[in-house]
Design a protein around this ligand. Sequence first.
Ligand code: KG4
Ligand code: ZN
Length: 333
Amino acid sequence: MKILAIETSCDETAAAVVEDGRRALADVVATQIEIHRRWGGVVPELASRNHVVQVMPVVDEALSRAGVGPDGIDAIAVTSGPGLVGALLVGVQAAKALALAWQKPLVRVNHLEGHLVAAFLSETPPAFPYLGLVVSGGHTSLYAAERFGAYRLLGQTRDDAAGEAFDKGAKLLGLPYPGGIAIDRLAREGDAHAIRFPKAIVKGSELDFSFSGLKTSLLHHVKKHGVPEGRGLADLCASYQEAIVRALVEKAFRAARRLQFDRLVLAGGVAANSRLRAAVSEKAAEYEGMEVFLPAPRLCTDNAAMIAVAGTHAFLRGERAGSDLNADPAWRL
Ligand code: KG4
Ligand code: ZN
């Protein structure tokens, strides 16, 4: 079975062809990072306009790289939420038009489900049930993944997402968008213990996250000491990154222990962070029988292959979207 998927929820225009929900025959991502960089973050209107320009060339490229024509496709999957409404609409309209023109079934996919199942494209995919930590620019959520299509939200951020903490922190330090990549790189040369950032206390659910206090601490630090250069900047990046990573690792393993999960799957753009990947592996070594799944960075950041995986299983369950499918910018998984 071959599924063509389209993803346009934020600032990547992506299309992929995936076979049997496991093998990406083509995985094309046209990123708009350069377009948004000069504004220091994603400008929704610019994102939509560029998706309009890119979506069909990206779909054509995916089909051509996969070596299949419309006849070889069993269904079309599309991200219909959550995300930027104008950006989502471009993918949804393109997918609806193609489904109509080619007479193919259409399925809608939740972007977060895509992230949660991206690991199935790895050589060693996880087995259900597993604990999934989605850490991206818009989300920081812990899910119990029971089977395809069945996810239970265990905890989430009360304010900023982990990726936002990276991006806003980087902006304060004068680093380019997307901040996570810039901080990750600089932090490699720095001392993560140089500056102590306070640990966030989240009242209520023990599995919820909070990152806005950390961002404020960084702001105070910068107001007091200015933005350092060289080694000082590397130390500050490493310490700030460590505080984000510590919070993520602590909550994920607390949930794993409490709910007796022995598989942890990371997903979302922040899961590409080298320190987070190392810290999760280190921590797993302390937990006997704990397996961690860290999809390749390319599978962590936004792509359409992960949407095709989720779409394949939705299709197999018999889910279908009609020509009235609309973008659902706040769709909760
Ligand atoms: O999943 P994603 O590509 O898009 C969303 O759905 O949001 O995640 C983008 C986020 C951005 O906040 C970016 O700064 C962050 O992922 N990111 C990273 C790294 N690479 C991307 N954060 C930390 N370290 C990285 N290496
Ligand atoms: Zn994403």
